[in-house]
Design a binder for this molecule. Structure first.
Ligand SMILES: [Zn+2]
Ligand SMILES: [Zn+2]
Length: 285
């Protein structure tokens, strides 16, 4: 494997700008350079816009939505400086990872106008304004509120469709994150009503020319496969949708983690690995 292939288009969350990450952004970028990356996308979480959508870790630290907005402004200032500083060694793309809580489309679009990111990672971490991926208790609560796992999955994929149509993110983040605390996810993803929505969203992604985040965070947790699961990877490959590795790193030790393994997996499964540079897809701002 040649080093020129190493890439991550989702990750680089840093302790400087994210309360559940570690280390300074510059040190994380230096780690990517040490590993031989020539391109990396950094996608810090967007600030919440209002207090209800603070993450528990931010709440615990006593942070407000205004604090996070200031921190996000500092993120863009810092990364723009680092892009220039290291331009001869690595191409850094300054991105941001979105949300789908109430009012998200207008909120994200105002952030886009203000910060002009190089590209977006479009992620769904909330269903009906409840964050489902932070802890199992909240996930289980959402299952009972929705009535069943299948109903939660359906709600998730509908929100994802809405987000893709509203934001046209170059990278669709961890497409099947909804399976995070569900050991029976393979069965669930094969339920016809769920599968139908998966196919619908993949067709939409294909028609808009977007790429899927081959998200490696589950490997870090010791799980058997990244997001997306094998059955969805197969469909994506048949449809010709690119999968691009995303380490979803939250610190120096995680930067670039499992990317070589991911590239080997993609190659073995017949995916192309000549990934395009991320771009901002205009028309939605
Ligand atoms: Zn994070
Ligand atoms: Zn995410």
């Amino acid at each position: 494997m040649t080093h020129k292939n190493l890439i991550s288009l989702h990750g680089g969350h840093s302790g400087e700008f994210c309360s559940h990450a570690q280390d300074d952004l510059e040190d994380i970028l230096l780690r990517y350079m040490d590993l031989g990356f020539t391109r990396v996308g950094i996608t810090e979480h967007i600030p919440p816009g209002r207090e209800d959508f603070l993450y528990p870790d931010e709440r615990k630290l006593g942070l407000t939505a205004a604090d996070l907005e200031k921190r996000f402004e500092a993120y863009f200032q810092t990364i723009r400086g680092l892009q220039k500083k290291y331009a001869s060694r690595i191409r850094i793309f300054a991105g941001m990872e979105t949300e789908t809580y109430t009012g998200y489309a207008a909120h994200v679009k105002s952030l886009i106008r203000r910060f002009k990111p190089d590209y977006l990672v479009g992620s769904v971490h909330h269903v009906d304004d409840v964050c489902f991926d932070y802890c199992r208790e909240d996930y289980d609560r959402m299952v009972s509120l929705c009535g069943s796992h299948e109903a939660l999955y359906q709600r998730y994929f509908d929100l994802q469709q809405d987000m893709i149509l509203s934001l046209k993110p170059f990278v669709v983040g961890h497409f099947d994150l909804i399976r995070i605390f569900d050991p029976d996810y393979e069965k669930r993803l094969a339920v016809p009503t769920v599968r139908e929505k998966i196919l619908r969203n993949l067709k939409l992604i294909k028609s808009l020319g977007l790429v899927l985040d081959f998200n490696l965070r589950p490997l870090k947790r010791g799980e058997k496969e990244p997001y997306l699961t094998a059955s969805i990877r197969k469909t994506a490959r048949e449809m010709g949708i690119p999968l691009v590795p995303g380490d979803d790193s939250h610190g120096v030790a995680e930067a670039g983690g499992h990317v070589e393994k991911a590239i080997a997996m993609l190659t073995a499964e017949g995916f192309a690995t000549d990934w395009p540079d991320p771009v901002f897809i205009t028309g939605n701002e």
